[in-house]
Design a protein around this ligand. Structure first.
Ligand code: KG4
Ligand code: ZN
Length: 354
């Protein structure tokens, strides 16, 4: 019989639950987004997030089990995100998962959310043509609203993942969101800028280049955001639509150029044959296209999971917890919630030599 895991995710602004088997097949994948709840504030309000997770967790979990046609007694275990994220939001998911594990006598493991994102390339959706799964070792670019980092991944366990470089300030998604706010485009900013940039000409506006040092695998996006702010101070918010599209294209072009350049530099340095993109920003059209071109030119296999696997979801959490559960491990009472990842960091936010 296959191993079936229930994944639960509440680290940020999505309440999610999913049932996944040991082949990575996604039997159900339920996501209740809080985007509309936080949109009026231009960012996530932690207290509101916790309350909404509390409201949504039970129906989301019940729906994931019923859509998969699985009773809790047929599960092999539960995997729940316990770090990094908003502490209050994480606590809701962890306590509900622990209660469920206790009531059903199932093993439970805590999962690092970043390990979840790094596992998303292995998920197989019944309604989508199967994509090539990455081969270990691979280099992964994780780009979301909270994280931007490059990893070398040698296997499915935390100890097999090494950070190669991360952002020193804003995450790439955060930069998209802040620039969108500056331009009055609403929240989240990534999808709107992506859409506007499609009809813009990036060469018409010169913005500063983020993290100029070409050899470093670290990122910095706050200078680019300031550069957009200066442009707006000097010229005003573009009233003309084409100017706005050009500004979005110039900003997005700079972000994508840096992400793609450093990712493939890392792949060459680590001598890997697979590259994986993950996180919400991996939905970006230009990032996908330019990565594909770079991969083709180097004979590297590029794995870009479908958008629903890139953004926060519980299927990736279930899969990331699977190997430990399959070995009979359980964290039971020991799951600790933390705002920080368990992965050792090489990049310090802020200062230090580049
Ligand atoms: O992974 P995610 O759903 O949540 C976390 O941050 O963990 O990522 C959300 C981020 C937001 O900053 C959003 O603006 C960005 O991903 N994003 C995009 C696109 N779609 C979402 N950024 C650029 N282009 C997109 N198409
Ligand atoms: Zn995430």
């Amino acid at each position: 019989m296959s191993v079936l895991v229930l994944g639960i995710e509440t680290s940020c602004d999505e309440t999610a639950a999913a049932v996944v088997d040991d082949q990575g097949r996604v039997h159900s994948d339920v996501i209740e987004s809080q985007i509309r709840l936080h949109a009026p504030y231009g960012g996530i309000v932690p207290e509101l997030a916790s309350r909404d997770h509390l409201r949504n967790a039970r129906p989301v979990i019940e729906s994931a089990l019923s859509r998969a046609g699985v009773r809790s007694g047929e599960l092999s275990g539960i995997a729940v995100t316990c770090r990094p994220g908003l502490s209050g939001a994480l606590l809701v998911g962890v306590q509900i998962a622990r209660g469920l594990a206790f009531a059903t006598n199932l093993p439970i493991v805590g999962v690092d959310h970043l390990l979840g994102h790094l596992s998303s390339g292995f998920l197989v959706y019944p309604d989508l043509a199967p994509a090539a799964a990455p081969l270990y070792p691979f280099v992964a670019l994780l780009v979301s609203g909270g994280h931007t980092a490059l990893y070398r991944v040698d296997g499915p366990e935390l100890a097999q993942v090494r950070e190669l470089g991360a952002t020193r300030d804003d995450a790439a998604g955060e930069a998209f969101d802040k620039v969108a706010k500056l331009l009055g485009l609403g929240y989240p900013g990534g999808p709107v800028i992506d859409r506007l940039a499609r009809e813009g000409d990036a060469t018409r506006i010169e913005l500063s280049s983020p993290m100029r040092s070409r050899s470093s695998l670290e990122f910095s996006f706050s200078g680019l955001k300031t550069s957009v702010a200066r442009y707006v101070e000097r010229h005003g918010r573009p009233a003309d639509d084409q100017r706005l599209r050009d500004l979005c294209a110039a900003f997005q072009g700079r972000v994508v150029e840096t992400l793609v350049g450093k990712t493939f530099r890392a792949a060459e340095r680590e001598a890997v044959s697979s590259v994986v993109l993950g996180g919400g920003v991996a939905a970006n059209r230009e990032l996908r296209e330019r990565s594909l071109e770079a991969a083709r030119a180097r004979g590297i296999t590029l794995c870009v999971p479908p958008p629903r696997a890139c953004t926060d979801n519980a299927a990736m959490i279930a899969y990331a917890g699977l190997s430990r559960l399959a070995r009979g491990e359980t964290d039971a009472e020991r799951i600790e919630v933390s705002p920080h990842t368990a992965l050792p960091r090489v990049t310090q936010k802020g200062g230090g030599p580049r």
